[in-house]
Design a protein around this ligand. Structure first.
Ligand SMILES: C[S@@+](CC[C@H](N)C(=O)[O-])C[C@H]1O[C@@H](n2cnc3c(N)ncnc32)[C@H](O)[C@@H]1O
Length: 459
């Protein structure tokens, strides 16, 4: 292994019994990586693999779409001014009716657009403005696949849009929504779709934090559309009713964050009328989605090589704030990296102890370190093949990280990289664990078996 580490180049896992401690994962290949499709009217969009991925392979690396909110600030109890700023920022984004950004935002986040009283793009506009393909415009590595086999179908899209509009209007949103309602909608959006850019260093040691991290709630075009999947064996989630309630501020939830999540996104129930709202006090979750129970707080994973999901994974989102109520930005969980990944590049500057000379941020992480940082090691179904009879096994298949560090030095500050936790086949939906026990929605993931388990579609 020493000799492998000494050579610079692509590591061939088949020729070595174990992965060198000081290996770096390679950036995602600039090849077709993902596409989006509609999962169901209730779940909405999902992100799907456009080709096969090996375990540990980075799938895509994406620049932020919007990064306006300060997580710490947003968590302040009763800070309605924060929510107002969110709304103002989003309105500006959505306000230039002829800009492509405006079109893209309405297409990617139709619920928010409808809640703010905007019209949603028709299917013909989606085609005309290349909105579907436009979802890949922020990719740094990896390509978005659009076109035959990967394009939304008109009928499904129309159905989805109608469903969203009906739901929003039933909750008092839409053109007749009041400013306070719109404010709440904006805050809810952050709670459900944003990630926190924490930049915390290896094993959560603040001394290794990336000084470039903003700690802001960041929205991504694609990563924010990745859905949650429960880990097998995890305590059954409390299922909050998915029934839409009136658009309203979170009722007092400040402060009861469920504890620790790993930063996975926390979705707030309030938005769906469930009334729960985890005000997350802990903002340290960068995303270790690994712990099945959300390690509440503080487990900064950054150091792990892993990608993690950060809070909010898609969402770690910010918590909602209601007018006069607490605003809670939630953090998303970050997945941790699997050390036996196949493709990575060996760095010959690092020592066997995992010291890294180059930056102060998280550096090399050994497999033990990765485990240590993630809380319990995640082994969903030990020894089980990733796919059987053309279907993926239950459990999240991805993790993420924001910014450089660990084995992912190629990630640019504030950017997100999504990594395969296990082999993924073309056509499989990408998922990660949002981390909270109560996600704020009725979970329809394959693990919970409440919805159709999607077969792999080989493209
Ligand atoms: C970060 S967004 C993911 C993208 C979302 N599907 C969309 O179309 O915008 C999170 C929201 O997606 C839905 N969602 C994600 N995972 C889900 C799951 N396992 N079951 C049901 N709904 C889910 C919930 O409405 C949640 O608030």
């Amino acid at each position: 292994m020493g000799s492998v580490a000494a050579k610079k180049g692509v590591f061939d896992a088949s020729k070595s019994a174990s992965v060198p401690k000081n290996a770096y994962y390679s950036p995602p290949k600039h090849e077709p990586a993902v596409y989006i499709d509609l999962v169901s009217p209730d779940v909405g969009y999902g992100v799907f693999a456009a080709r096969d991925f090996e375990q540990g392979e980075f799938i895509f690396h994406e620049a932020p779409l919007i990064e306006p909110a300060d997580f710490c600030e947003a968590r302040a109890v009763n800070d309605s001014s924060h929510a107002e700023r969110q709304f103002t920022g989003l309105s500006m984004k959505l306000g230039h009716t002829h800009s492509l950004e405006y079109m893209k935002m309405r297409f990617a986040f139709p619920r928010l657009a409808a809640q703010l009283g905007r019209t949603l793009p028709t299917y013909d506009e989606v085609l005309l403005y290349h909105l579907h393909a436009g979802l890949g415009t922020n990719l740094v590595h990896g390509k978005f696949r659009s076109g035959p086999g990967c394009m939304l179908l008109r009928e499904e899209y129309d159905k989805h849009i109608k469903h969203v509009q009906t739901e929003v209007v039933a909750r008092g949103g839409g053109p007749k929504a009041s400013i306070p309602d719109k404010t709440i909608a904006a805050a809810d959006f952050y709670r459900d779709y944003a990630f926190q850019d924490k930049g915390v260093g290896r094993l959560g040691d603040p001394a290794t934090a990336d000084p470039r991290a903003t700690r802001k709630a960041t929205i991504y075009l694609l990563a924010s559309l990745i859905n949650h999947c429960c880990k097998p064996g995890r305590k059954q989630q409390k299922r909050t009713g998915g029934v839409a309630g009136p658009l309203k501020a979170n009722d007092n939830n400040a402060g009861n964050d469920n504890g620790g999540d790993d930063g996975a996104q926390d979705h707030d129930a309030a938005k769906k009328g469930a009334g729960k709202n985890n005000a997350d006090k802990d903002d340290n979750n960068t995303g270790d989605s690994n712990d099945g129970n959300n390690n509440g707080g503080g487990n900064n994973d950054t150091g792990n090589a892993s990608a993690g999901s950060e809070e909010a994974g898609p969402g770690s989102q910010a918590g909602p704030s209601g007018v006069g109520s607490s605003s809670t930005l939630k953090a998303i969980a970050q997945p941790k990296v699997d050390v036996d990944a196949i493709t990575f590049v060996v760095d010959d500057n690092a020592t066997a102890q995992g010291k890294n000379s180059d930056d102060g941020a998280s550096s090399h992480v050994s497999s033990n370190e990765a485990v240590a940082s993630g809380g319990e090691e995640e082994e969903d179904v030990p020894g089980a093949p990733p796919h059987q009879n053309g279907r993926p096994r239950p459990g999240p298949n991805c993790e993420w990280r924001i910014g450089p560090g660990g084995l992912a030095k190629f990630v640019q500050p504030h950017h997100i990289a999504v990594q395969a936790k296990r082999p993924i086949r073309a056509g499989e939906e990408l998922t990660w664990d949002y981390g909270k026990e109560d996600q704020g929605f009725t979970c329809l993931c394959a693990t919970c078996n409440q919805g159709p388990q999607r077969p792999c579609v080989f493209l």
